[in-house]
Design a protein around this ligand. Structure first.
Ligand SMILES: [Zn+2]
Length: 406
């Protein structure tokens, strides 16, 4: 192994690029293949899960050679997307599907949703890796970066160019072949472009702007996955909402449930079926935002535009009463969403705990009882272990959460 030194030149990783793509491009820069680069230059055998959970020792070596921060390199693999996109990389966590897919509801009322349980499942992870890319992003042979998000059935289009991701194969930096080489880039419709831009914002900025308010990326991915499951629910289990589900599929232009008769989790469906499900999810969001659909799920209101101020007869008492009721409803909704997020977001958990402990700061017993209540509600106890009542940190985060995230 050569002594560690900085690479004199190497391509900079593109925003959202997969680690394997970047390493292939670095190797090409030195006229090597990625195997040689890893083994002879970095002293690592070929790692087959570069894009999932690369070894820390490899990331540290890469950071030293490239001068790129360790955190940034880590975010080029799925390990860096825990816990926002994925709860865990472990595919045998008990109740993983229920926790991710069934805590929210949009198209179907929560009480009507049949919670399902399967073993060995990891959200968004397809059975076979997807090989798709944006033909416009890869137009320049000298700068062919494959994004990590393209490897999951999470988006239909390129958020930068608005065109369909197309099937391809090859090695970034060396050659890329297209399944349909002669086809011109195809633009997606507005609904799909909007959904994918929101997903991209969640991946790159950590939040999404919905009509009603800004939400955290972790909530967006779980809402999107909820849509996909609700649209895949057999009509016999949709109660009074079966007409809505049928209508969304009609408007999407595809067969009901993309032709599925039995229920299977989204991740194990064929890629063509997954893409139709994503199209249907985009259609459903558009129908809700344009008020064509008025679904009964708890989180459906997030997609509704702000209510317009209504004409009143000028009597202040009536107007005031109405205003109070709306504020209260909004507060209850915000708290429910904050509790849902606190189950996997330590900062939100601490902020919510700070808010709930107001007035109890000098009462250890009361604080402990509150802590037990949080844990019973599904918040991991370790999220609350560092809480110091009244510290400036907790106050600041509390304000952040209230003004920015909810
Ligand atoms: Zn593109």
């Amino acid at each position: 192994m050569k002594p560690a030194s900085r690479w004199p030149l190497h391509p900079a990783p593109k925003e959202g690029e997969a680690l394997s793509s970047w390493l292939n491009r670095v190797a090409a820069c030195y006229k090597m293949d990625v195997h040689d680069l890893l083994e002879h230059d970095l002293g690592h055998g070929l790692v087959d899960d570069l894009d999932t959970a690369p070894p820390l020792s490899l990331l540290m070596a890469l950071s030293q050679r490239s001068g790129i921060e360790l955190d940034r390199l880590r975010c080029m693999s799925f390990a860096g997307w825990v816990p926002w996109l994925l709860d865990s990389l472990n595919d045998s966590v008990p109740a993983a599907l229920e926790t991710y897919v069934f805590q929210f509801s949009v198209l179907l009322p929560k009480r009507d949703r049949k919670t399902r349980s399967i073993t060995s499942w990891r959200v968004w992870q397809p059975c076979l890796p997807l090989q798709r890319a944006c033909p416009l992003c890869l137009n320049d042979p000298a700068n062919q970066a494959v994004l990590l998000a393209w490897k999951l059935p999470l988006m239909l289009s390129c958020p930068l160019h608005g065109c369909w991701l197309e099937s391809c194969w090859g090695v970034p930096g060396q050659y890329i072949g297209w399944e349909n080489a002669d086809a011109a880039p195809r633009m997606v419709g507005n609904a799909m472009a909007l959904m994918d831009q929101r997903t991209w914002l969640a991946l790159t900025k950590g939040y999404v702007e919905l009509p009603r308010r800004r939400i955290h990326a972790g909530i967006w991915f779980r809402l999107l996955r909820t849509f996909l499951d609700e649209l895949n629910t057999p009509l016999s289990q949709c109660g009074g909402c079966s007409d809505s589900i049928r209508y969304v599929w009609e408007r999407s232009g595809h067969s009901l449930r993309a032709g599925q008769s039995l229920w299977h989790p989204y991740e194990i469906l064929d890629q063509a079926i997954q893409l139709q499900m994503l199209e249907a999810a985009a259609t459903a969001m558009e129908l809700i935002e344009s008020r064509v659909l008025n679904p009964r799920g708890e989180q459906a209101a997030l997609f509704l535009p702000e209510q317009q101020a209504e004409f009143t007869n000028g009597l202040p008492v009536v107007g005031r009463k109405k205003e109070l009721v709306n504020y209260w409803q909004a507060a209850v909704k915000a708290i429910n969403e904050a509790v849902a997020e606190a189950r996997y977001n330590a900062e939100t958990a601490r902020s919510l705990f700070a808010l709930a402990s107001y007035g109890r700061r000098h009462d250890p017993e009361s604080l402990e009882s509150l802590r037990v209540t949080f844990v019973k509600d599904g918040v991991p106890p370790e999220f609350l272990s560092h809480y110091v009542p009244g510290s400036p940190f907790t106050c600041r985060r509390q304000n952040d959460v209230l003004s920015d995230e909810f």
